[in-house]
Write a protein that binds this ligand. Structure first.
Ligand code: ZN
Length: 132
């Protein structure tokens, strides 16, 4: 079963909590055990799992990535968004979460974030539920 989430980013760099939407896709599907595979089909965005309780953590990750990969460094890629491509690879294009008893096995403080690095844009995020 595959579901695409529509994600609307509003800033150039932004983490968007998609945990509720992923959980809703799982609930609608009714799988009891398996793997939830989240995939971002974009080269300037990504997905990561990290703390959802304190919004400062997302800001710290975004600020840390900005220091690691400055937007105005000299890059070969002429589109002007090389930092976004590098950040996309650092976060990764996919994440997997185990499913047990019909629920995502996330730690108390964990949330699933769509990571925007070249917004604002309309994006898609695939949620594939694998029974087993
Ligand atoms: Zn580019």
């Amino acid at each position: 079963m595959i579901k695409y989430l529509n994600v609307r980013s509003r800033q150039r760099n932004e983490f968007i909590d998609i945990t509720q939407e992923v959980e809703a896709a799982l609930k609608a599907n009714g799988i009891e055990e398996g793997i939830c595979y989240i995939y971002v089909p974009h080269t300037t965005a990504g997905v990561t799992i990290n703390e959802g309780a304190d919004p400062s953590v997302q800001r710290d990750i975004i600020n840390s990535l900005a220091r690691l990969v400055p937007q105005d460094m000299e890059y070969f890629h002429r589109e002007g968004n090389s930092d976004a491509h590098v950040k996309s690879s650092l976060m990764g294009a996919s994440a997997s979460v185990p499913i047990e008893a019909g629920k995502l096995v996330l730690g108390t403080w964990q949330a699933i974030y769509f990571c925007e690095f070249d917004g604002p844009r309309h994006r898609r995020c695939m949620v594939k539920l694998i029974n087993g």
